[in-house]
Design a protein around this ligand. Structure first.
Ligand code: IFM
Length: 447
């Protein structure tokens, strides 16, 4: 393990700049790290199926081993504890605990999560549990997946069972991670599982995700569960590429598709009229009572922020034209966008507590003499933590910040080629090594 290099000391943000109650954490998701794809009765998920088509994943990989977190739980819990974080955000693999997505529970799967929440507790780390981070049981996809309204009740049953078994040892529960990704990338562009390319289905899926969120919140509260409940959205401020009226209009519509399509129903009880009009016949079928069901009171909202976006009506926007550096994903590094996003949401909505539930970057990360000197990631994290602080100073009630990600992992259609971790994973040996960014985060959290 290396030392924090001296130039890092010049970075300005300090833990003491934040309230003592602020939650500092790291985040992961089940499919991206667990592996053990065919172990202990886990059922197949749509991502297992999606990975079977080599062209879907950049390096033709899959999640069968991933970081083998399932078999290295204690080591990984010690790793998390070594960072000094207050909280760990993770997701439950639905097919691990209920292989078919309905019916029988898999006790071995629940045992794993029992050991996870107990292990966190023993180490004094709060558990931030996410119910759905994209690994749908394949058996439910075979019945239409999120396009079949029946799935809302299946999700609700699953959510209640997870809370019944684990709820006493978690700090918060979140229903969905990034419904825009599931809806659009999974069902309109088809670059993520289940790989459909149909706009009408995509928006029906989006509606069912939100409806299932509302149903689950209501059912969990009916169990007298008192802890904070929320949802996590991927959000970006969207700017027109120029002040030309068509670019301004496109930016407004894109904001409707990415931000307002989720924020409005959750916090105002209605879909944005401009997006409904743009969808025409592809607008989702909404039953009487659905919108009230979706707009359950939220205890918190999670914001996943990586970059900003530009909208251009006439041509493809060249992100290089901003002149700012890009991450390995090709995403512009623009920390002020996080402040702009948070203050805009604060102005437009009556927000519940906010957590930055994901923030981070993929960088090249060469391992040299056993160390990864990822100054680019370190600066990225520093600047975004500072941007969070700036938003808080302007009145946004941000309660915590989670680095994406604890460790390098399966980056969906990019496979293992893109590394987001503050801990390096050598995929041949599965050895974990703290990068400079992890050492810096550790020193920041020491205060
Ligand atoms: O790795 C993903 C994560 O699963 C969801 N949010 C974005 C991350 C980086 O692409």
């Amino acid at each position: 393990m290396g030392k924090v290099s001296s130039d890092i000391q010049s970075l300005v943000i300090k833990k003491s700049d934040f309230p003592a109650s602020f939650t500092w954490g790291v985040a992961t998701s089940s499919f991206q790290i667990e592996g053990a794809g065919q172990q202990d009765g886990r059922g197949p998920s749509i991502w297992d199926t999606f990975c079977e088509t080599p062209a879907h994943i950049a390096d033709q990989s899959n999640g069968l081993v991933a970081c083998d977190h399932y078999n290295r739980l204690d080591e990984d819990l010690d790793l998390i504890a070594s960072l000094g974080v207050k909280a760990y955000r993770f997701s439950i693999s639905w097919p691990r605990v209920q292989p078919l997505g309905q019916g029988a529970w898999n006790e071995a799967g629940f045992d794993f999560y029992e050991r996870l929440v107990d292990g966190l507790r023993q180490r004094g780390i709060e558990a931030f549990l996410t119910l759905y981070h994209w690994d749908l049981p394949q058996a439910l996809q075979d019945q239409g997946g999120w396009n079949n309204r029946d799935i809302c009740q299946h999700f609700c049953n699953y959510a209640c069972e997870v809370v019944r078994r684990l709820g006493d040892r978690v700090a918060t529960v979140c229903t969905h991670n990034e419904p825009w990704v599931v809806s659009i990338l999974g069902h309109e562009t088809g670059i993520f599982a289940p790989g459909l390319k149909d706009r009408k289905i995509a928006y029906q899926v989006g509606h069912h995700l939100l409806l299932s969120h509302g149903m689950a919140l209501q059912a969990i509260r009916a169990m007298s569960f008192q802890k904070p409940l929320g949802i996590v959205l991927n959000q970006s401020p969207i700017y027109p590429a120029s002040q030309a009226p068509e670019d301004v209009a496109k930016a407004r519509l894109d904001d409707g598709i990415v931000v307002r399509w989720y924020m409005d129903p959750l916090l105002k009880g209605a879909y944005p009229a401009d997006v409904i009009e743009w969808l025409g016949d592809d607008a989702p079928e909404v039953h009487a009572g659905d919108m009230a069901q979706i707009a359950q009171p939220l205890d918190f909202i999670g914001v996943n922020y990586y970059t900003r976006n530009f909208s251009c009506a006439s041509q493809t926007w060249d992100v290089a034209s901003t002149g700012n550096p890009l991450t390995e994903m090709g995403w512009e590094i623009y920390a002020p966008g996080l402040t702009e996003l948070l203050t805009r949401l604060h102005a437009d909505y009556t927000l519940p507590a906010v957590y930055i539930t994901e923030n981070g970057g993929a960088f090249k990360d060469p391992m040299v003499n056993g160390q990864v000197d990822d100054q680019d990631r370190l600066a990225y994290l520093h600047d975004h933590i500072q941007a969070t602080h700036t938003a808080m100073a302007q009145g946004v009630d941000v309660r915590g910040y989670f680095v994406w990600s604890l460790m390098d992992n399966f980056e969906w259609a990019s496979g293992y080629e893109k590394r987001f971790g503050i801990v390096h994973v050598d995929y041949a040996s599965l050895r974990r090594t703290l990068k400079q960014s992890a050492l810096w985060y550790q020193s920041l959290l020491k205060g």
